[in-house]
Design a protein around this ligand. Structure first.
Ligand code: PLP
Length: 815
């Protein structure tokens, strides 16, 4: 198999990948490789040209302006030639991207005297679906309905609207699963519907097809009126799109109303407003404003380099088809120990359209050995760790997703009501996935991308035959253990470093958590979202310490020296002291019916300190009165309940994030269990579990992981070494000193555990090993959440319960 007819191409790509695409080193690129990347040669040629030639703004007589104008016209012709489009038959209009081309066509059809009827194929991109909002009537058709239409059956059963035009839109190749659709549809429809009163137009989306296949507009079967595409999908750079218009259909644009600089020859403003559109060519009438002329010039270099590197589009098509076949074979061949397939494929069953071949886009989902879906979020976390670039989700393909996943519109709306949003993590709803995994191959893809990816799926998702838990019989009575508190850590600023409570100091435990734990957080100035170490690993380098005697929180930055300031700040522990200011207290009080406000720091010095440390503009925020912790934190919990559907969601995004445990995926907690309780839990880990995990990490060839990586509040130590690893999974509760705690369940983990809490660096371990050894129902757990059990004791010291390092720990078991 190694000696494929494409091995020559493959070897070449492998070679120049090092030179042309150095940023790909060490990555498996399965998200339009080649088409979304910028070749170094293009960049070099473009830079050379830009620094040696003066290009002026087109539309004037200076030589620099004339030079730009003539380069633009050259590129226009070269691109027409690239698509084998005869310039006397087609005009090419430069647009920002595919979507902008679609909007231009829509805008024109809307101005027709009786509007237009719209028929769109179900594999359409969202950008084509949106056109329906401008149409007088619209319908989404599947392959059968398309065929019926071509055979003469009108798509609109009782067409009430008397629109004078009908627009059909479809994709030449589905960007969801690579299915190709006949380019001849336009011609077939036109010949069958000659006696219809309505003029027939076809808008063909070739954005996906043109990225890896030749497009031949001179083919006698090719009859689309409008063709849209994004040049960056073919060349990687520049960011530019094109709308190709069949000149015979350009009348559609004559009713266009808007004009801008560049598209008119003359305009008057006063007594009699009048204007004359440019009349030379269609593109002159449609390209409003200054063209992105530098981008257009860059496209010329992109064309040259692309031809030099890859030869022809036909070669790219051959190469990617070959890789696609290998990928489909590899994935569909994977089996669990019990013979069940691992991947559910949505690609490769073209049926009637199989003559057209299969585009290099492979969509699938993964199931575990008992047939349950693996969540996309879970898959993605592992893919990120392994430097795999791949898309997951519903991929802007509403009709395609519904069809491959067998989701009805009703189910999709119900999912929306249940909180599912494009890009959300909660992606398995009512036992069905809401999206897919999509690997797309391009000119730059190599066989090694494909085989490494198949190996990855095999390594992480293929389950050997199910074994019953081997730890079951190792449970021993707990009384003989001599557990103790090794350390107590609070994380005053969410996602930043921890403060270790000194031995001997009594630390207050509140019903909602340890005192001062996650009292503050950092909020992005743009998005109002609380910052997380997962995204900004340098937050680990912000080292807090709490001075209760002086009422001060010190924060020191342990990274590189800062440019303008000292690398430390001090912040008062007093809630209402300057420099904090309430933020729109009316807003929050309206939401929770209680007078509570979020406080934002207004000291530029402090905010600048954090912004410079992390490298992102942010503001320090705080949740008010620490004194009656329960009251303030329980209000936070109340706010959480209002989270969905609240118009104030954005302003409160900050609030919502806070009661999450320090190191787990805030977004992914089981809401019923933790987020809606009135307590912000304490995270506990045991040294025996850390040791067991480290043994597994070592066996995988990794290095020891520090206990601090798990960001536990309390580390329970087992000096005698008698505690079995992961025993805490089974515990109902523990007692520390004289305080009872109730365990709330395992802590769900994300790759934040891979951030070294001392250096802020990210490594693949321990998440890679955790994902293999501690994954249940697609979620990875380590450590346990707990809270103070206030219900049971009437001890009056409960008014201010405390714990300290070194205290004994007793276990309350399930049994
Ligand atoms: C990418 C894509 C689009 C949208 O392209 P933009 O550049 O985002 O406008 C539309 N249709 C298909 C088939 C695509 O693949």
């Amino acid at each position: 198999m190694a000696e494929s007819p494409h091995s020559g191409y493959n070897a070449t790509v492998q070679d120049f990948r090092e030179i042309e695409y150095p940023m790909l080193k060490g990555s498996i690129y399965l998200d339009h490789a080649g088409s979304t990347l910028c070749a170094k040669s293009v960049m070099d040629m473009f830079a050379m040209d830009m620094t040696s030639t003066l290009y002026g703004n087109p539309h004037s007589g200076s030589w620099s302006s004339q030079l730009s104008s003539s380069r633009i016209e050259d590129v226009r012709l070269r691109l027409l030639d690239f698509f084998q489009a005869d310039p006397t038959e087609y005009d090419l209009v430069f647009v920002a991207n595919t979507t902008a081309g679609i909007k231009l066509v829509t805008e024109a059809l809307r101005t027709l005297p009786h509007g237009f009827s719209y028929v769109y194929h179900q594999a359409c991109h969202t950008s084509l679906v949106g056109v329906r909002e401008e149409a007088t009537e619209s319908i989404c058709v599947n392959d059968c309905q398309m065929k019926a239409w071509i055979d003469g059956e009108a798509p609109f059963k009782d067409s009430s609207s008397a629109s004078s035009a009908t627009l059909l839109s479809y994709s030449a190749q589905s960007h969801l699963n690579g299915t190709r659709y006949p380019l001849s549809w336009a011609k077939q429809l036109r010949s069958r519907n000659t006696n219809s009163k309505s003029t027939m137009y076809t808008l063909l989306d070739v954005a996906s097809l043109s990225a890896t296949s030749p497009l031949n507009l001179s083919h006698p079967d090719f009859a689309a009126d409008f063709i849209v595409l994004s040049l960056y999908k073919i060349f990687g750079f520049p960011d530019l799109g094109a709308l190709l218009v069949r000149r015979a259909s350009s009348d559609v644009f004559s009713g266009r109303k808007y004009f801008g600089g560049g598209t008119v020859d003359a305009v008057t403003c006063h007594d009699e407003p009048w204007h004359a559109f440019k009349s030379n060519s269609l593109h002159e009438r449609l390209e409003d404003g200054t063209l992105p002329f530098h981008n257009i010039i860059a496209a010329d270099f992109a064309l040259q380099v692309h031809a030099r590197l890859f030869g022809s589009m036909a070669r790219i098509r051959e190469h990617t088809s070959y890789l696609t076949e290998r990928l489909i074979d590899g994935l569909s061949g994977l089996r669990h120990g019990n013979e069940q397939p691992v991947c559910v494929m949505y690609t490769g069953f073209a049926g009637e359209n199989s003559m057209l071949g299969q585009g290099p886009v492979v969509a699938f989902n993964i199931k575990n050995s008992s047939g349950a879906w693996v969540s996309l979020a879970e898959f993605e976390k592992l893919a990120i760790l392994k430097h795999i670039h791949i898309r997951t989700g519903s991929l802007c393909s509403p009709g395609g997703i519904a069809s491959v996943l067998d989701l009805t519109s009703w189910e999709m709306r119900k999912n929306y009501s249940a909180g599912f949003r494009c890009g959300s993590d909660n992606d398995i709803i009512h036992g069905k996935p809401t999206g897919v995994i999509r690997a797309s191959l391009g000119a730059m893809s190599t066989l090694s991308d494909v085989t490494q990816f198949i190996d990855f799926v095999a390594e992480f998702f293929v389950e050997a035959t199910k074994t019953t838990s081997s730890t079951e019989d190792t449970h021993k009575p707990r009384h003989d253990t001599s557990l103790m508190v090794k350390s107590i850590t609070v994380f005053p600023i969410k996602s930043c470093g921890g403060y270790n409570v000194p031995p001997g100091m009594q630390w207050e435990v509140r019903p909602e958590g340890l005192a001062w734990d996650r009292e503050w957080c950092l909020v992005h100035r743009g998005s109002s979202q609380a910052l997380s170490q997962k995204r900004y690993p340098k937050m680990a380098l912000l080292q807090p310490s709490i001075d209760l005697d002086r009422g001060i929180l010190h924060v020191k930055y342990n990274g590189a020296p800062m440019s303008r300031m000292q690398n430390r700040v001090t912040i008062s522990l007093l809630a209402n002291s300057a420099p904090f200011k309430a933020f729109d207290s009316n807003l929050t009080s309206r939401v929770c019916g209680e007078k509570v406000s979020v406080l934002f720091c207004i000291s530029e010095e402090i905010n600048d300190f954090f912004s410079e440390a992390i490298g992102v503009p942010c503001v320090l925020a705080r949740f008010p009165p620490g004194g009656q912790g329960l009251k303030s934190r329980s209000t936070k919990a109340n706010l959480l309940k209002r989270r969905q559907g609240s118009v104030t969601k954005k302003a409160l995004g900050v609030v919502c994030d806070v009661p999450s445990p320090p190191d787990s995926d805030a977004e992914k907690q089981d809401e019923g269990k933790i987020l809606l309780s009135n307590e912000s839990p304490i995270l506990m880990i045991t040294t025996s579990s850390v040791a067991a995990l480290n043994a597994d990490v070592k066996a995988n060839g990794g290095d020891d992981v520090a206990e601090t990586a798990f960001r536990g509040n309390i580390i329970v130590e087992d000096p005698r070494g008698t505690l079995p690893p992961y025993a805490e999974d089974e515990w109902q509760g523990i007692t520390i000193g004289s305080r009872d705690f109730k365990l709330l369940g395992g802590c769900q983990r994300c790759h934040m555990v891979c951030i070294d809490q001392v250096t802020g660096e990210k490594k693949p371990e321990p998440f890679v090993t955790l994902a293999k050894t501690r994954r249940y129902n697609g979620k990875v757990y380590f450590g346990a959440h707990m809270r103070l059990d206030v219900g049971k004791s009437d001890d009056d010291s409960l008014q201010k319960p405390t714990i300290s390092v070194g205290e004994a720990v007793l276990i309350r078991d399930a049994s």
